[in-house]
Design a protein around this ligand. Structure first.
Ligand SMILES: [Zn+2]
Length: 397
């Protein structure tokens, strides 16, 4: 997958002079071609760089890239972009235009800081959208905040037209012969209705089969269906059991109001992501209450990463958690250290949050949960918490 490779490459990028700028900018308010867009964002950039919370050395680095950022916003930003994330510095320029909002943030260091980007990506997971009526079904893919059509599946119109003709013919031929004509005509309509029914069902089955194929190439987190509730089970029940729980009947198709459909999908996505984060946090809290397979703080978690016993790490994406790392043996140490306790080599400043992200991107067995910024329970645990695998406990005897 292209994105995943891109993220890995960014993790590996290092600048010895620590001049890599990571920038997140909420551009949902004013966007080109909005005439005020350019000055609006430029002013925000300048305000931030001029503020006291930004040290002089970092301000200089930010100034160095601010022109290019302004130009990008003016010339290249897509109208549908809600959040801009970018990594800029000597020999690197990598913007990401996101379909969701992102809180303003900046970080300057030896490496890019990817937490705000990864957090935003969790809010736009891949989903399939299926909307249907009696005429056809339309399958779409939602990803990275965008929506694109994959396939239109007609509900076997030819067969139905033939049936329609026949029913009209039989009604007409017996017109004027009283009640029996009505009954026969009714029979024709029944057959017609039955045929439509059959066509719709078979279209729904085809759509479910297509979703199943799509899942093998690009797995989704959710499948949203818009259409009448009565027919939805024909689609859902055709899916294999593993996918059935993903399929949600959202409601009828909002006709000719694409914005309503988009808003409805976004609402569903947000809800699902929020629920998932809450479930992860509850699991952690429950395990923590029993002191069962949990770890906390960078000093408790980072040394465990390489053991393969860390299952899930909870991070605050806007909390880079400064620390140091040995250039020779890779051992982590606290903030302010200069020499590695293990091998005596030089320590370099790093972000502990980014170190976890780096590890997780290269080791898919480690999952990440991004906790909403400023939650006190996470701060009390040193800004980072983890669920461990059961093997860790067993290996300790
Ligand atoms: Zn060392």
């Amino acid at each position: 997958m292209e994105l995943q490779e891109n993220l890995k490459n960014l993790c590996l990028f290092e600048d010895a002079d620590a001049q890599v700028v990571t920038f997140a900018l909420d551009v949902s308010q004013a966007k080109p071609p909005h005439p005020a867009a350019r000055s609006h964002h430029k002013n925000r950039l300048l305000n931030w760089m001029g503020s006291n919370e930004c040290p002089m050395a970092i301000r200089k680095i930010l100034w160095g890239v601010s022109g290019r950022i302004s130009l990008f916003i003016e010339k290249e930003l897509k109208p549908e972009t809600e959040g801009l994330f970018l990594v800029a510095g000597p020999g690197i320029w990598q913007p990401f235009e996101l379909g969701v909002r992102i809180t303003d943030f900046s970080y300057v260091g030896r490496t890019p800081y990817l937490a705000p980007l990864l957090e935003a990506l969790t809010r736009m997971p891949r989903a399939y959208v299926f909307r249907f009526d009696q005429e056809e079904g339309v399958l779409e893919e939602v990803w990275m905040g965008g929506r694109k059509e994959i396939e239109r599946i007609p509900s076997t119109a030819i067969e139905r037209d033939a049936q329609h003709q026949m029913s009209r013919h039989s009604t007409r031929s017996q017109a004027g012969s009283g009640r029996s004509a009505v009954r026969t005509g009714g029979g024709g309509r029944d057959r017609f209705q039955h045929c439509v029914e059959h066509a719709v069902e078979s279209m729904l089955h085809k759509a479910a089969d297509k979703v199943m194929t799509l899942q093998q190439e690009a797995p989704s987190k959710s499948i949203y269906a818009f259409g009448d509730r009565k027919h939805f089970p024909f689609f859902r029940d055709r899916l294999p059991a593993s996918l059935r729980s993903q399929a949600i009947h959202v409601g009828p198709v909002p006709h000719r109001h694409d914005a309503l459909l988009a808003a409805s999908i976004k609402e569903q996505q947000d809800l699902r992501v929020r629920n998932r984060v809450e479930e992860d946090i509850s699991e952690f809290q429950a395990r923590r209450a029993e002191q069962c397979h949990v770890a906390s703080g960078p000093e408790g978690i980072l040394p465990l990463l390489h053991t393969g016993n860390v299952a899930r790490v909870f991070l605050d994406p806007r909390e880079p958690l400064p620390g140091t790392k040995c250039t020779a043996c890779g051992k982590f140490a606290g903030e302010g250290g200069r020499q590695c306790e293990a091998c005596g080599h030089v320590l370099v400043v790093t972000s502990m949050t980014q170190e976890v992200i780096h590890y997780a991107l290269f080791h898919p067995s480690v999952f990440l949960t991004f906790v909403p910024s400023g939650e006190s329970w996470l701060r009390d645990l040193g800004g980072m918490a983890a669920l461990l695998t059961a093997e860790h406990i067993h290996s300790r005897g």
